[in-house]
Write a protein that binds this ligand. Structure first.
Ligand SMILES: Cc1ncc(COP(=O)(O)O)c(C=O)c1O
Length: 389
């Protein structure tokens, strides 16, 4: 083992201690409150798409994020698909996304019937680069009221930045570029519940957005998510088309368009409400854990702890370190050493333009994302680890 690999393991251990069991990347905390709310939900018999926990969860999400409308859905991927649909993405369109993202960002575009265009990330945020975005948009041509990729002939229908590992992307710059080219922004805020730019919550800058409640997120509903928007008409429409577009009536089953059954079940919302009650503590623990890692890795040559971008407050959903020199071989050596020590660290996702389904998709230069992929390692980030040592 090289000395950097043993230092890596040693510095993680300094934060998480020496438990006998392997330490996962992010484990949900499920306790008595979750059981209480779920039993309450079971006793009510409202276990499906109707029930009191769902609107409560939506209201709580509005309070936390400041968004005027929060619509609960069955997972983040379908939430992002609908968020794009609401923003006007149609089959055959093209949507600009970062190549450094989880597969769901691209899959949601595909499920909307559209095609992806990949752009690069920036070092300071790990998210979509506004400079790369501008370069891409400038390479497109205007046809009537649409911006069109001349290489594919497709309309550019949306821009989907993502807040990577919870760190806010430079959303103000991205929104400004998007506005100049008159293309709507849909934020993939799957990972960034509790992350702010200044005082404004991520997911409230674009026309629409999505936050995920998957089991590995800061707050979980088992599976689930919310669509956020400040636009009243879009908020109403989001609820309508994710609940089969049924017209309100005591007994008639009349539906006014082909829609989805994407409503979050009440059972999941019950779990989510218990988690949201604990969310202020989770957030505080995550930021304290990040502070501990930052201290532990300070002065380690060859590795740096990734800190929140200037002017933002990150939820540090996944704490991470970065190799000063990108190297897949060294990255994998460090990860192997950590796994042998029972520390289940993870690399970033494989770049989307290298996934077989998207390898022929259009893209700009992606060199920064390639370096980030070869240098980032995600550390165990369960909130309770803040109390480990
Ligand atoms: C960046 C990103 N986008 C989309 C998703 C999809 O969310 P879900 O798993 O709730 O479908 C996730 C996470 O799971 C994610 O990390």
């Amino acid at each position: 083992m090289t000395s950097l690999a043993s230092t890596f393991v040693d510095r993680i251990r300094a934060v998480v201690g020496h438990p006998s069991e392997p330490i996962g990347l992010h484990v949900p905390e499920i306790g008595e409150l979750e059981k209480k709310y779920i039993i309450e939900c079971l006793d009510s018999t409202f276990v499906s798409s109707v029930g009191s926990f769902i609107p409560k969860l939506e209201e709580r999400m509005q309070e936390i994020t400041g968004a005027r409308h929060a619509i609960a859905v069955s997972n983040g991927t379908v939430g992002l698909q609908v968020a794009m649909f609401l923003a006007g993405v149609e089959p055959g369109d093209e949507v600009v996304i970062p190549t450094l993202s989880f597969i769901a960002t691209a899959n949601a575009v595909s499920h909307a019937g559209a095609h992806v265009f990949f752009v690069d990330s920036e070092e300071s945020t790990l998210g979509m680069s506004p400079v790369a975005l501008r370069a891409a948009l400038e390479s497109f041509v205007r046809k009537g009221s649409s911006l069109v990729n001349p290489a594919t002939g497709r309309r550019i229908a949306a821009i989907v930045p993502m807040h990577t590992l919870g760190h806010p992307v430079d959303i103000a710059a991205i929104v400004a570029v998007a506005k100049e080219f008159d293309v709507p922004v849909v934020e993939d805020a799957a990972e960034s519940l509790g992350s702010f730019v200044g005082e404004q919550h991520t997911g409230t800058f674009g026309l629409t957005s999505m936050i995920s409640f998957n089991g590995n997120k800061i707050v979980t509903t088992g599976g689930g998510g919310v669509i956020l928007t400040n636009d009243e008409a879009l908020g109403k429409r989001a609820k309508h088309i994710t609940t089969t577009a049924k017209l309100a009536h005591k007994w008639e089953f009349e539906h006014d368009e082909i829609a989805w059954n994407y409503r979050m079940p009440n059972l999941n919302a019950a779990l989510g409400m218990a988690q949201l009650d604990k969310y202020p503590r989770f957030l505080e623990q995550k930021r304290r854990l990040a502070g501990k890692y930052a201290e532990a890795f300070a002065g380690v040559e060859g590795l740096s702890f990734v800190v929140e971008p200037a002017g933002t407050t990150s939820n540090y959903w996944l704490c991470s370190v970065r190799l000063d020199e990108p190297s897949l071989a060294l990255r994998d050596e460090l990860m192997t050493a950590a796994h042998e020590a029972g520390l289940l660290v993870r690399p970033m996702w494989n770049l989307l333009h290298q996934q077989r389904m998207y390898s022929s998709a259009s893209r700009g230069d992606v060199s920064v994302a390639t370096d980030l992929h070869a240098s980032l390692i995600c550390l165990p980030s369960t909130p309770a680890l803040a109390e480990a040592v």
